[in-house]
Design a protein around this ligand. Structure first.
Ligand code: CMC
Length: 438
């Protein structure tokens, strides 16, 4: 493959030579100078496809939502650095930014917030939905099923107006569904939303309040929840977002696409890692706090153990979200006054790993999940709810990406190809003749 040749209009191209013939492929550049070879016409002109398991070198779309420079540890939503948004913004403002591309005016934010606040209740029949599920169900599949079930309560969005209502409903009902999935798992009655509270405070009250008692939301903890939601709000073409886009590309509706995204997020290599981090730290504590012993297992190729909350497909330096959360950890622990044993183990683990050649040479650094679990645990959020917290945060990103995909001038159903490595053509053998030696 040769690059940097120019086409007739002077644009850069790449030339692929194969089997005596060659194809000239356009070069596409993003606003931050990210560069790609456009292979859309490759198969038509050469008969070749590309092979990239895990899509490490494959761009699936052009997107104007989130920019990541993994080498430099940069994350921006719509051009705004995550550090600034984390410090100065709030989750609903960030959600609007992701959805609309610009920060809202005060009037837009007020109207968005008020609409979301007025749609927080679930249809009364949802009680029967929860009743049908086993008591000990993990809240992630419960959330995925509940979001999918919203399609049975509301029309499939067809017009712009209906799509708007769907977005409001999803954003408004997600914290209610999340809290109900927890209450269901512990057998407590559901708390109705309290619409004078802000998004995060309302969620905390629905999680921890009980109908027979007053529940005062700690504003410091509500702010930390808001911060966590901001940090999780989007992360370009990760596994769950790509799932949402892929499902939506078949013209499946927004509820169905988001339900699929929740399932993808649940896996332990993705959003489920935050739960695994705490399980790992607890295991280390049971083994008398030896970080070195655990690290040895994570490095051993014959052991499937991984250092959870470490490593990232895109970040090859410190995940900027982890840096923000590391600081927030200290604040929360000081506020709630709990033992910081988990934080101590996490920091010790990080310190040892960042000096270890195995992790250094592979550029493995803490990711967002490394410290978020420590914060959730300090706030008394049950371990199986950690990934649900991630889901609440990621929701506006998924929606923004789904809308962008549907409006993309290059929109096509997502349909990768493959290299077939199975059996060549062979004749069917009747059951009566199978298993006989020739
Ligand atoms: N512990 C030990 N070794 C690791 C780890 C880890 N956490 N992560 C990567 N490696 C090694 C891996 O074994 C491989 O080594 P080698 O080159 O000798 O075969 C090398 O580093 C490259 O790893 P990879 O699996 O090819 O990298 P990937 O980009 O496919 O995977 C990852 C990225 C996040 C799935 C992986 O780093 C991992 O499993 N991390 C632990 C799970 C985790 O924390 N997930 C949360 C990701 S951040 C939140 C989110 O976006 O969901």
């Amino acid at each position: 493959m040769t690059t940097q040749l120019k086409d007739k209009k002077g644009a850069d191209t790449a030339t692929l030579t194969y089997n005596g013939s060659s194809a000239t492929l356009p070069i596409v550049r993003g606003t931050e100078n990210e560069t790609a070879i456009d292979i859309e016409k490759l198969r038509a002109s050469t008969g070749l496809i590309t092979l990239d398991p895990g899509y490490g070198s494959t761009g699936s779309c052009r997107s104007a939502i989130t920019f990541i420079d993994g080498e430099k540890g940069i994350l921006r939503y719509r051009g705004y650095p995550i550090e600034e948004l984390a410090e100065k913004s709030n989750f609903l403002e960030v959600a609007w930014l992701l959805l609309h591309g610009e920060l809202p005016t005060p009037a837009e934010l007020q109207s968005f917030t008020s609409e979301i606040t007025r749609h927080t209740m679930l249809h009364q029949d949802f009680d029967r939905f929860f009743d049908a599920l086993p008591k000990d169900a993990h809240p992630m599949p419960v959330c995925s099923a509940a979001i999918g079930a919203l399609t049975t309560f509301y029309q499939e969005p067809e017009s712009e107006h209906q799509l708007h209502d769907t977005i409001i409903r999803l954003m408004a009902k997600m914290p209610t569904i999340a809290a109900c999935s927890y209450k269901h798992s512990i057998g407590q009655p559901f708390m109705y939303p309290m619409n004078r509270l802000d998004y995060s405070s309302n969620f905390l009250r629905m999680m921890f309040g009980i109908p027979c008692e007053e529940y005062e939301v700690d504003p410091v903890l509500a702010r930390v929840v808001d911060l966590l939601l901001i940090l999780h709000a989007d992360h370009e073409q990760n596994c769950s977002t790509s799932t949402v886009r892929m499902v939506g590309s078949s013209m499946a509706n927004l509820y169905a696409s988001i339900a699929a995204g929740i399932s993808a997020l649940w896996g332990s290599l993705h959003g489920g890692a935050n739960q695994k981090v705490i399980e790992m730290l607890e295991q280390i504590e049971r083994e008398e706090g030896s970080a070195d012993k655990f690290l040895a297992r994570a490095k051993d190729k014959n052991d499937t153990t991984r250092l959870m909350g470490f490593g990232h497909r895109v970040y090859k330096s410190y995940d900027p979200r982890a840096a923000i959360l590391k600081k927030a950890c200290g604040d929360v622990i000081e506020r709630v006054g709990v033992s910081s044993r988990m934080l101590e183990i996490a920091m010790r683990l990080e310190e040892v790993a960042l000096k270890d050649d195995y992790f250094v040479s592979r550029k493995l650094y803490p990711n967002v999940d490394f410290y978020s679990g420590v914060i959730y645990q300090a706030m008394n959020i049950p371990v199986n709810m950690f990934t649900v917290m991630f889901t609440m945060g990621r929701l506006p990103g998924w929606i923004a990406q789904w809308i962008e995909m549907r409006n993309d001038e290059h929109f096509r159903i997502a349909r990768p190809r493959q290299i077939y490595v199975g059996s060549p053509k062979r004749a069917y053998v009747p059951a009566s003749a199978r298993g006989r030696s020739a």
